[in-house]
Each structure stands twice: as C-alpha cells, then as structure tokens.
Design a protein around this ligand. Structure first.
Ligand SMILES: [Zn+2]
Length: 330
C-alpha cells in the first residue's frame, strides 16, 4: 500500500497547516486574555520562573523545595482556570485544540500512522470529501421516522413500515456499538427510495466519528475500480491497485446499490473475491440493494449468495418511496 510521493506530501501539508492554524489560534487567544486580564500574564511569568528554579533545584537534589514549587505552580494553574471561568470563558480556552486528539494533529502516534492519517489516505484515493458533506446532512440526528407509514402492516415483515424501521435502526445502533468487539456484516435490502443509502451513510458517519476507516462506493464505482485493477496498464493500474488494497483493508466497506452495475461473470467473480477476502480478514462490509432475496440468488453466483446468507445480518426496509414524499414536502 504505497502512496505516491506527491499524494503523501499533499496529506502532510494538510497536517502542517492544521498545526500552524492551531498554534496561531492559541497565540491569538493568549494575546486576547493577557490584554483583558493582565494578572494572567503575571501568573504565566511566575510559572516560568518557578520552572526554571525547579530545574536548578533538581540539579542540587533539593526534593523538599522542588515539591513546594510544584505545589505553587499547581495553585497558579488553578488560579488561571478560575480567572477564565469567572469571566465566562471555558476552562480549556487556553489549551491547544486539535481536530484529532489521538495524534495531536501530527498524523502519527509514535512511528505508526494515526487512524486520521489512514482515513486521509482513503479520502484522497476515493475523493470521499463529497461523501463527508452528504454525511453532515444524512445522519441519525436528521433521520425522519415520519416518512414511514404506521397505517398498514406490511406482509413480509408483519410490521408497519414505522415499527419495522424502528427495529432496523435499533439493529444498526447495536451494530455500531459492538463494531470494535464483534465482526459483523449487514445487508440492507428493500425497494428503491426507502432509505437504504441514507441509513448506510448514518452508520458510516458514526463509525468515522469513532475513528474507523470507512470506504463508501456505489456498486458501479466499485466494479469500475476492480475492472481497472484487472485490465488496465501502467499508471491507471497502479492507482487502481492501491485503491483495491484499501478496499480489502479498510475497517468498513459500504457497497451501495448492488444490482445496478452491469452484471457479468467478471463482476461476479470480483465481487466474490472482494467479500470473501474481507470476510477472511474479519473486516466488516455493508451491502445495500434493491434486489429481492430471490433475485440476489439468481443474479449472482451460488457462492456469493451463500457467503451473504451465512455471514450477513439481513435488514429489510419497507415503506413508500421517500424521494417522492420529500419532493412534495419541499
Ligand atoms: Zn490522528
């Protein structure tokens, strides 16, 4: 999984910029606070002078005096927090703020790439920033239960669409909560427009927020990459190779709208390769499809079907076409 130099540099530049922005923001805040409350500057000067004193004392081995100075600095730090909170500021106003607390926006934890760095690679390879924009709108807090009727019982589920979707969402929540400890896959199926993609995006956002690497691809995009990986030469193939490695390796792969791609024996064998390899690596996959359970069986090979049947939790979503409802409610 080699990133090309220019790609690596692009990500590193992002991190440099982020660190610079953080520093700049902190300096601005310190300036603001010193201006408003000159006592803060005196306290900081005192803390620095105490620290220098401590360094000298530690050379001389005077432990007693060291402890006293450490206590004094602790009191001074408390006093700083008091001044901030008494004046309506947050107690962490002068603490550096990071987008990723785990690596402090350096991209690395020790010598290892941080999860945020890995996701940055994924974003770069798949231009997923667009998806992130969608996730800001399509997440559990904007999920609309009122799109699901409660007025009739749907035959196959034995529930009203509303009761069914509540059950499905509960299963998705459970899936998210046990993602770290339990390997599991989901198949979201149902007619077009019942909210499968929306739900997949909700799950993706939750897992991204919990520091997992997530790749979202429509079936069409996925097979396009797989095809390039197999047939194309040189430059394009090299890129597709890298993408393929991440497709197998990311924490969660979402294959949206399976069944809309042009189906042929190549697609079928590649799909099997992809879901089987992820299964062997215990990397989770979510598939959404408009195909019925029977059509899934006839459209793809027996071994794909049995992989899905034995390793995926099936969640059927029923209801009316939400896209039509949305168009009328706007
Ligand atoms: Zn990080």
């Amino acid at each position: 999984m080699q990133l090309k130099n220019f790609q690596y540099n692009k990500i590193i530049r992002e991190y440099d910029k982020r660190q610079l922005d953080n520093r700049h923001q902190l300096e601005e805040r310190i300036k603001e606070i010193y201006n408003l409350f000159p006592e803060m500057k005196e306290i900081d000067d005192q803390i620095v002078s105490n620290s220098i004193q401590s360094a000298k004392l530690s050379l001389m081995g005077d432990d007693q005096a060291l402890t006293t100075l450490a206590d004094r600095n602790m009191d001074l730090s408390m006093r700083k927090i008091e001044i901030l909170t008494e004046n309506g500021y947050s107690s962490t106003y002068l603490t550096p703020s990071f987008q990723c607390k785990d690596c402090k926006d350096t991209g690395y934890i020790g010598k290892e790439k941080c999860h945020c760095f890995k996701q940055a690679i994924v974003d770069l390879l798949y231009s997923q920033s667009n998806i992130k924009g969608i996730m800001q709108q399509e997440n559990f807090s904007s999920f609309r239960y009122d799109f699901y009727p409660d007025s009739y019982v749907e035959e196959t589920t034995g529930l009203t669409p509303l009761a069914n979707i509540r059950k499905v969402v509960a299963s998705c929540m459970e899936y998210i909560d046990s993602f770290d400890t339990t390997y599991a896959n989901l198949l979201l199926y149902g007619n077009a427009g019942v909210g499968k993609t929306f739900l997949a995006n909700c799950i993706a956002k939750e897992l991204l927020d919990r520091s997992h690497t997530v790749i979202y691809l429509t079936a069409f995009q996925l097979f396009d990459i797989l095809e390039k990986n197999k047939f194309n030469k040189d430059q394009e193939k090299e890129e597709a190779n890298e993408q393929f490695a991440y497709i197998l390796d990311c924490d969660l792969l979402i294959i949206d709208d399976l069944g809309t791609e042009l189906n042929n024996s190549f697609v079928t064998s590649q799909l099997y390769l992809c879901i089987n390899e992820r299964h062997l690596r215990k990397n989770s996959t979510i598939i959404s499809t408009n195909l019925s359970w029977d059509n899934l069986n006839t459209n793809y090979s027996e071994r794909i079907f049995s992989r899905i049947a034995s390793n995926y939790k099936l969640l059927k979503i029923v209801g009316d076409d939400i896209r039509i409802k949305k168009a009328f409610s706007n």
